[in-house]
Design a protein around this ligand. Structure first.
Ligand code: NDP
Length: 464
């Protein structure tokens, strides 16, 4: 891309987000520490969080915490090498495994970038390799992850810092920093697209599986809570990779430049912190009652129905703007039933259409609600002994609320008065008015009872 164009296409942000330089400094320092603290507080010796709080509340302990020898002890050469091999493996299979080339959304210069879609096959191969290792070498090799957990976190953190430093340097043109690049590439290798779904998500699955194996090694069995966390989170990851092209319409790809936050967020935060519940359960097995388990499974099903339903609906609509017909899951109550709906939309002066019915007619970010409900299901599997595994649900609420505000601001700027019109029609931000949803649920139940929902090849009732 010629350098003249580059400054036009990668326009400088005029307003700070995340509290500007102070926020950036705090994030770069506090977030990595938080990942260590949360995982160290799950350590085997002593009950985690309370012991840690007692330890940290003593100022003398705090002073000794940041000594050079303590900091260097976080680095583990074996873990670092293993992590680099893992990344090299991902890059090799990204190139070797064939995939469909899909187009991203339109860029400011009117062009569209192409992306190779083979994440799901990359994951399938990885799971196959795990199976082969398990059946030939047993579960011992997987204990490596538990033994080197802190070292692996450090390795991913170093990689994330190094990569963000690289893209920072690469964004300099003629000695001047132009802006964080939206789509930094090395040749045809799109760094953000690769980092967004592969190293973090595949690592998360591997971490969870090895935590279940560790529990099996210690107890001789896997608890139902551990089994469900591996299935639920594994499903979420498989779903993300299976629906890989859907990432191309998300804010991370369309709006956010690639810098430290996305780099660290994917390598370390998703890769290791998202495995916190599994690690907690590996070190502190929790035994849930049947009723609790049924409740949690229902929560997961409800959350997933909303989350996947909404994201697919938008993705389908954006890819087929002339064909608003869409087959969706009707309601939470009828989660086993699909129905075809004719999506309603408004046309905007900016060119894109905004859906005003289906999931997107219920709230402007109903997909966030689904995601948040899912996060509750995961945390509840860890019981009520400790707040540590609930970090995710708290952090995720903050992330989603903040994300909603940012997206709202972006859309207001893009769609201007059309956005106000849209907000008048779809009034709720994340949580639709409960009363409204209840009525919609009752309405669908009535249709279901009266046999109004047809069952043809398109309008089909499908069991999940
Ligand atoms: P969304 O998928 O919600 O996309 C927002 C964009 O969709 C808007 O900027 C706008 O873009 C378009 N849009 C908004 N309203 C409409 C409408 N009515 N009709 C059609 N298009 C519309 O954003 P995210 O990228 O934030 O989230 C994607 C998913 O990822 C969510 O389910 C979220 O929960 C999940 N997520 C998960 C995280 C995790 O760590 N687990 C982190 C972040 C997100 P345009 O300019 O094209 O109109």
């Amino acid at each position: 891309m010629p350098s003249k164009n580059k400054s036009v296409l990668n326009q400088k942000t005029t307003k700070y987000e995340f509290l500007g330089p102070i926020g950036a400094f705090l994030m770069i320092t506090v977030l990595p520490i938080l990942v260590y603290v949360l995982h160290l507080s799950c350590q085997f010796d002593g009950h985690p969080s309370r012991e840690l709080i007692v330890y940290l509340s003593d100022i003398n302990n705090l002073k000794t915490l940041f000594t050079l020898s303590n900091i260097f002890s976080l680095f583990d050469p074996t873990a670092f090498l293993a992590y680099i091999i893992y990344l090299a493996y991902l890059i090799v299979i990204f190139y070797l495994i064939p995939g469909r080339w899909v187009e991203g959304t339109q860029l400011r210069d009117g062009t569209k970038l192409k992306y190779k879609e083979n994440g799901f096959y990359n994951l399938t191969l990885t799971l196959f390799i795990i199976l082969i290792i398990l059946s030939t070498k047993g579960h011992e090799p997987f204990l490596f992850i538990d033994h080197h957990f802190i070292g692996l976190i450090t390795a991913s953190t170093i990689v994330s810092f190094a990569l963000s430093f690289y893209v920072y340097l690469a964004s300099f043109q003629e000695g001047k920093l132009l802006a964080l690049e939206l789509n930094p590439r090395i040749g045809s290798f799109d760094i953000k697209y690769f980092v967004e779904l592969r190293p973090g998500i595949i690592c998360w699955i591997i971490v969870n599986i090895s935590m279940a194996i560790k529990q099996y090694h210690d107890l001789g069995y896997v608890t139902i809570g551990m089994f469900l966390i591996v299935i639920f989170q594994g499903w979420y990851c498989v779903d993300a990779l299976y629906n890989e092209p859907a990432v191309l319409t998300t804010m991370d790809i369309t709006t956010d430049g690639f810098g430290w936050m996305l780099s660290f967020g994917n390598f370390t935060w998703v890769g290791f912190l998202y495995g916190l519940q599994a690690r907690y359960l590996a070190l502190h097995p929790v035994y849930l009652s049947r009723l609790q388990i049924i409740f949690i499974i229902c929560l997961q099903a409800i959350g997933y129905t909303i989350f996947r339903g909404a994201n697919n609906e938008k993705n389908h609509f954006r890819n087929n703007p002339e064909d608003p017909k869409y087959i969706e899951l009707i309601t939470i109550i009828n989660i086993l039933c699909y129905d075809e709906i004719d999506l309603k939309y408004i046309t905007t002066e900016a060119g894109s259409r905004l859906i005003i019915s289906g999931w997107w007619g219920r709230a402007r970010h109903i997909n966030y609600l689904g995601d948040w409900i899912i996060s509750w299901a995961w945390c509840l599997l860890c019981g009520f002994d400790d707040i540590i595994p609930y970090f995710y649900v708290i952090y995720f609420a903050v992330l989603l609320i903040h994300r909603e505000r940012r997206d709202e601001e972006k859309c207001k700027k893009k769609y201007k008065k059309d956005w106000d019109k849209y907000c008048e029609i779809v009034k709720w931000r994340i949580v639709p008015e409960l009363e409204e949803s209840f009525e919609a649920g009752l309405f669908c139940l009535e249709r279901q009872i009266s046999g109004d929902v047809q069952h043809s090849s398109l309008r089909t009732s499908t069991f999940l």
